[in-house]
Design a protein. Structure first.
Ligand code: 2AM
Length: 175
């Protein structure tokens, strides 16, 4: 199974992300745009895993402690690709998010995963292979509290890219 660890959003944030996606789509002549239910922030992509690795990923997640924190989304940008760019909503700098990412990758490494060394650039993919007249921009941020991370299974079901949460680890709340 193909797995990744992600932050998913509440209905309000999701609906704002859909608005960003729709604005981008109306400025574009080509692109494959993310389905609303698929909008997420990837913390770590694990790739193809067997049952034992899936169990290790769950154990690694559960060994990470974090408090609830806020993330803010305040930009739209792109990764240049030939044949059409990847466009995303960008997350404003967040120390708590970086700390969570560092704790998680450290635990995953201890549990035997090899994590790619690429710099973590937190983003929410709005679409791929996009040809557009839109420009990257910043806007007044919107945000939400993040209180869990989820292990996601990615698969094609009847041709549709489908993400299913198979495990979650909640933030701890101190009394
Ligand atoms: P993306 O949104 O930037 O494409 C599921 O595929 C999730 O894992 C996506 O959010 C994707 O990021 C992320 N991901 C990171 N590295 C990947 C890789 N090498 N192959 C596929 N997806 C990857």
């Amino acid at each position: 199974m193909r797995l990744f660890i992600a932050i998913n959003f509440n209905a309000e944030t999701r609906s704002r992300l859909v608005t960003l996606r729709d604005e981008l789509r109306s400025d574009s002549t080509k692109g494959r745009f993310s389905a609303p239910e698929n909008l997420h922030l990837t913390l770590v992509f694990l790739g193809e895993c067997n049952e034992k690795q899936a169990a290790s990923a769950k154990a690694a997640m559960d060994a990470v402690e974090f408090k609830p924190f806020t993330i803010n989304i305040g930009s739209v940008g792109r990764f240049r690709r030939s044949g059409g760019d990847i466009w995303w909503a960008g997350v404003n700098d967040s120390l708590q998010l970086i700390i969570l990412y560092n704790k998680l990758t450290k635990k995953l490494t201890e549990f035997g995963f090899q994590i790619e060394k690429r710099k973590f650039s937190p983003h929410i993919t709005l679409g791929r292979e996009i040809i557009t007249k839109a420009s990257p921009r910043r806007f007044k941020e919107f945000g939400q509290t993040i209180d869990k991370i989820e292990l996601m299974k990615s698969e094609r079901i009847a041709g549709k890219l489908t993400y299913t949460a198979i495990h979650d680890t909640k933030a701890y709340s101190s009394p």
